[in-house]
Design a protein around this ligand. Structure first.
Ligand code: SF4
Length: 72
């Protein structure tokens, strides 16, 4: 959840459903994911939600989630 977001830039990557904010999914991935020439970064890294702190990139949980969404 992104209820902590206040920065207008970060709000571009969130949508409000009910009384909560969630990451937008665009083209099958998080709207905050920035991909350029094979390099990936987060456009809201400092304000990313807790799950992004907990799930390590490339970990089993990360790869399972990517597989479920057809990303890898
Ligand atoms: S770290 Fe989280 S907020 Fe940032 S691009 Fe990845 S999924 Fe989106």
């Amino acid at each position: 959840m992104l209820d902590h977001l206040k920065n207008a830039d970060c709000l571009d990557y969130a949508q409000k459903i009910g009384d909560r904010r969630w990451l937008k999914i665009v083209h099958g991935h998080c709207a905050a994911l920035h991909a350029r020439q094979g390099h990936y970064s987060c456009r809201m890294y400092a304000a990313r939600p807790n799950v992004c702190h907990v799930v390590e990139a490339g970990s089993r949980e990360c790869l399972d989630a990517r597989r479920r969404r057809g990303i890898s």
